[in-house]
Design a binder for this molecule. Structure first.
Ligand code: ATP
Ligand code: MG
Length: 375
């Protein structure tokens, strides 16, 4: 059987040989000269829904029949695939997105590189393989996240020009939000996510879809600090909303891109408490933060918000960041541990209970705040 390893594994293998930190992971195989029937006869298990992909009977690695594809309608599903025994390796590689992803390796370790992938890999260039790149707008997002993953790579000028054209022609409008979200999330998990934003801005994609979401230096700094502190991707989505004016905008944006409910609620709450959280000069600020963030019922989220604040707004917290962190945590503990039932019992008029409990919580926070002063 004629089989080749292709795609990310080969790219990362060559990069790691060059000394880069890229670690090759899953191997993807392409099979030439076979048919679905002959694969099944050989014991492979068919798994592909849209195109013929099989699992190896022993290694369970993925083997795809070499295929070509043709665009027949706009959008992600508008492709017709042709997988047959006469499709060559070169034809299969030609439909791939980037030259560095279109290198094949034989089982004996020889490289087959018809589109200059090894040259581009050496020169650290992300370049499209052929004009067919324009048929699938997901490739814009894939390229953008490869830029975030391999920050030393630049985008070939002709590829940037092609992406601009794809955006201007409206081809990229067909991308469904779920697909964009998946790629954005992967890009935000990369070492330098702002490179993804650079690419999406440079080709016009960002402006066309998210014109009212600014990506200025404050956003980039917030993202950078998320990376330095290893904050999770959900918090990096919040960093993307740094320059939005209020929680309504934050919610509208993150909902429109189909971010998870937790991500939306985190970012929205962050925006709501941003002013007192950045200031945090008194027990009153702490109370305002706890009230606006519903800290009593959402204590875990409150802890995450405090963590975000301490990592991403460190200049407001200044050199006393650690001390302030301890202090706000003590205040949170005080806020949450007031026994509402006991306070209620001290009231004769039921209408006074809510304000009595609130007062008790404020007193507790004030006491905790003072107790930790100078500690
Ligand atoms: P990773 O290390 O993230 O898995 P990868 O390059 O292997 O990176 P995959 O999504 O696993 O990415 O895809 C495997 C290969 O399939 C790619 O290297 C590329 O050759 C090709 N490919 C994947 N998606 C597309 C696409 N939308 N258009 C063209 N080629 C694609
Ligand atoms: Mg892969």
């Amino acid at each position: 059987m004629q089989t080749y390893i292709v795609g990310g594994f080969v790219r990362d293998l060559l990069l790691s040989a060059e000394g880069s930190a890229a670690r090759p992971n899953d191997r993807d195989w392409v099979v030439v000269g076979e048919t679905p029937e002959s694969m099944i006869r050989r014991g492979f298990k068919p798994v592909g829904e849209d195109f013929p992909v099989f699992l190896h009977p022993k290694t369970h690695e993925e083997y795809a029949l070499a295929r070509t594809e043709r665009k027949t309608a706009p959008g992600y599903h508008g492709f017709v695939f042709h997988a047959a025994a006469d499709v060559t390796l070169e034809e299969d590689l030609k439909r791939r997105d980037l030259t560095v992803n279109a290198i094949a390796m034989t089982e004996s370790g020889d490289f087959i590189d018809p589109y200059g992938g090894m040259r581009d890999l050496k020169a650290h260039v992300l370049r499209h393989v052929s004009d067919a790149f324009a048929e699938d707008p997901v490739r814009i997002l894939r390229l953008a996240r490869f830029a975030a993953r391999f920050p030393s790579f630049s985008v070939a000028p002709e590829t940037m020009a092609l992406m601009r054209q794809m955006v201007e022609s409206g081809e990229a409008d067909a991308l469904v939000p779920e697909r964009v979200l998946a790629e954005l999330a992967k890009g935000l998990a990369c070492p330098v996510p702002s490179r993804m934003l650079d690419v999406l801005e440079a080709c016009g994609f960002w402006m066309r879809r998210y014109a009212d979401i600014p990506l200025g230096s404050a956003t980039r700094q917030a993202l950078h600090r998320c990376i330095l502190s290893g904050l999770p991707v959900s918090m990096r989505f919040a960093a993307l909303t740094t320059e939005l004016a209020d929680e309504r905008h934050v919610k509208a944006f993150l909902t429109s891109i189909r971010a998870s409910a937790d991500t939306v609620s985190f970012a929205e709450t962050l925006k709501r408490i941003e002013v007192p959280l950045k200031r945090l000069a008194s027990a009153e600020d702490a109370v305002e933060v706890f009230l606006k963030a519903d800290a009593l019922r959402r204590r875990d989220r409150m802890m995450l918000l405090l963590e975000y604040g301490s990592r991403v707004f460190p200049e407001t917290l200044g050199s006393q960041a650690k001390q302030l962190q301890r202090r706000i945590e003590a205040a949170l503990e005080a806020w949450c541990s007031v026994n509402a039932g006991a306070v209620a019992k001290t009231q004769t008029n039921p209408r006074d209970i809510a304000s009595a409990v609130l007062n008790a919580r404020c007193d507790a926070v004030r006491a905790a705040w003072q107790a930790s002063e100078g500690s």
